[in-house]
Write a protein that binds this ligand. Sequence first.
Ligand SMILES: Cc1cc2nc3c(=O)[nH]c(=O)nc-3n(C[C@H](O)[C@H](O)[C@H](O)COP(=O)(O)OP(=O)(O)OC[C@H]3O[C@@H](n4cnc5c(N)ncnc54)[C@H](O)[C@@H]3O)c2cc1C
Length: 387
Amino acid sequence: MVVVGAGPAGAFAAYELARAGVESLLIDRQRFPRPKVCGGCLNARTLALLAAAGLGELPASLGGEPLDHFELWTGGRTVRLPMPRGIAVSRAAFDEALVREAIAAGAEFLPGTRAVLGAAGSKTRRVRLPQAKCQVVARLVIAADGLGGSFLPGDSGHRSRAVSESRIGAGAVFDDIHSRHSRHGTYRPGVIHMAVGRSGYVGVVRVEGGRLSVAAALDRRALGDGRTLVGAITELLAEAGLPGLPKPGTCASQWQGTAALSRRSPQVAFDRVFLIGDAAGYVEPFTGEGISWALEAAREVSPLVARAALASLAPNTERQWDGSLELGWRRRYRKRIARRQRWCRSVSWALRRQMLVSSAVRLLGGAPSLAAPLMAHLNAMPGERTP
Ligand SMILES: Cc1cc2nc3c(=O)[nH]c(=O)nc-3n(C[C@H](O)[C@H](O)[C@H](O)COP(=O)(O)OP(=O)(O)OC[C@H]3O[C@@H](n4cnc5c(N)ncnc54)[C@H](O)[C@@H]3O)c2cc1C
């Protein structure tokens, strides 16, 4: 089995496959640790998925900051809402640790190697490694190459497409430890600070070591008129009533941008290829569910493909490949992941209406408990029914 992309989706799938006794090769074009545009907020659902796989201690062992509140800022007003306990940890640390767990469970890891989907044979699928000028032959392939992934060839008709008016993402992690212990520091540990403005939103949160993780989703027009990324984000924070970013020179990692954030894939499985995580489609990150969707998809696809991979090893048992496995994954994905994403799409729609956001902040300021059903839904444990 080949798994392409070692973000949370791919690394967790490789971990689960290794635990099920399936030989798997995990490939990533980058070397780890590597930064990734992300707030790094692991919600209660993500923590539950990790715990169910025996990795419950992982985020805290990396020094992750416990999270228990969400502050929404807009037009100088704010509302503070309690949320089920989560943890904030930088993606550089989290993703590297997940890969380590996959290797410890028995997966093989090939970093710094770009993979490209090759031709399908009658019983296999090829994965080309252009830099190494070679190819790997696998029975099944999991594509977990993220939003801006390059695994599926552009002309294959399988690559995800951006939804019109999609925002773009940007982020960085700052070594800003000075205001951590200050009584007046606005960006306190334990709180997700979310600034919503006319041209997008910015989340600011403390991660391990008190560092400040900043992640934003911006309209493309926010970067018009010669405005820089940092300028646009500073403007958004100020418009919402939050202080600016740490001074230049305190930045631990360079600013990074992303491809269009809202994407849809034509199909999440075809010809021995199974898409999971952002590669399968993505909604804007406001609700901070991306990592839980990635882990859940990995958890759901693994037993499906593991059974098929193990069965195919037995002599003379490979029956005619009829596409039922791919159909099974499409159905399962729709039921377990796509339904939850619909919710998030509605929240993203509302966020683009400044009047709605301001009214919500005013309303919730008087009655924070009104947000409880939404918080419960976003953090619901896998399999749990919510309002
Ligand atoms: C601004 C922003 C803030 C966010 N904040 C949060 C948050 O706080 N909480 C949360 O839960 N989610 C958040 N998300 C969403 C979250 O980051 C993603 O949903 C998550 O990273 C998806 O994981 P993944 O494994 O699918 O993809 P990724 O993490 O993107 O991993 C994909 C991997 O594939 C590799 N790759 C790509 N192409 C190839 C190739 N051809 N060959 C080999 N390797 C390849 C890449 O190098 C990468 O390592 C945020 C997203 C954004 C943009």
